[in-house]
Design a binder for this molecule. Sequence first.
Ligand code: TRP
Length: 330
Amino acid sequence: MNEKKRILSGIQPSGDLTLGSYMGAIKNWVALQDDYDCLYCIVDMHAITVRQDPPTLRRRTLEQLSQYIACGLDPKKNILFIQSHVHQHAELSWVLGCFTQFGELSRMTQFKDKSKKHADNITAGLFTYPVLMAADILLYQADLVPVGQDQKQHVELCRDIANRFNGLYSDTFTLPEPFIPKMGTRIMSLGDPMSKMSKSDPDGCVFLMDKPEDIMRKFKRAVTDCEAAVRYDKDAKPGISNLLSIYCTATGKTFEEAEAEFEGQGYGVFKPAVGEAVVELLRPIREQAAELMRDKAYLEGIYKEGAERASYLAEKTLRKVYKKVGFVAR
Ligand code: TRP
């Protein structure tokens, strides 16, 4: 009997992975891999809800897989797969869409934001994106879904859809819970510490594959304040607090230890120290990911096996759903 709780999460290959993706998500995934039954996917079908350049999407998908592994996600302990390889996602998504109200999707704040940003291309896919996400989660009967605060509303919608379906057709889906990591790991932009580190802002953002000199330059330019004291105070000192979070996550030190270490020292000492800690943290990840990218046969083996294992689990759920809604068995 498998007693472990199941976890599913995913990241879109719509941009390169960042220090924020690592500290806010992947590092936590790695910590969960021994105690939970985990599936982690690369959600390429979600990525095309806004226009993507096809060769870039293909390259990024493979890079993301190699970076997942280089960050410490063990393909033996977790099911690592590419969403579009498991056809059941699209199939369940269609069914769930027929149990989701137009009004519910209209209330999703991410849809409202993204349709403002892509006003010339508001597609049905962008609108129904949360239904596909619900399918991702419900296909595997996930108990927990590690996501950032911005995705909580989508997980709640997923629960509502699951609840509705279970109510109409008897228990079919496990109701998932959002699993939101502690605040300290939310990494903010180095250029604007009031907004989240984002791949669309290359200067405020450190990419996992950035070269050491680029990392150092970005940290040396990071926005601080004029007090010149290394002290954690999220409201009064957002820039320094963000750098402290990064430093402590990279080194495993506590805020108190870090504050003591830089006591009486200026930002001219602190900022390069944070940069160096990040360079050392990312060095082995960058090197291993680059090496994996040179071994396409290995990567192919991983994603094919992942898709096969995921598809086996997904099919069990999909078969039940098709039967319950009244489709004739194939
Ligand atoms: N919507 C998520 C994001 O943009 C990505 C995602 C897609 C996801 N499907 C998922 C996250 C399933 C968790 C579970 O961040």
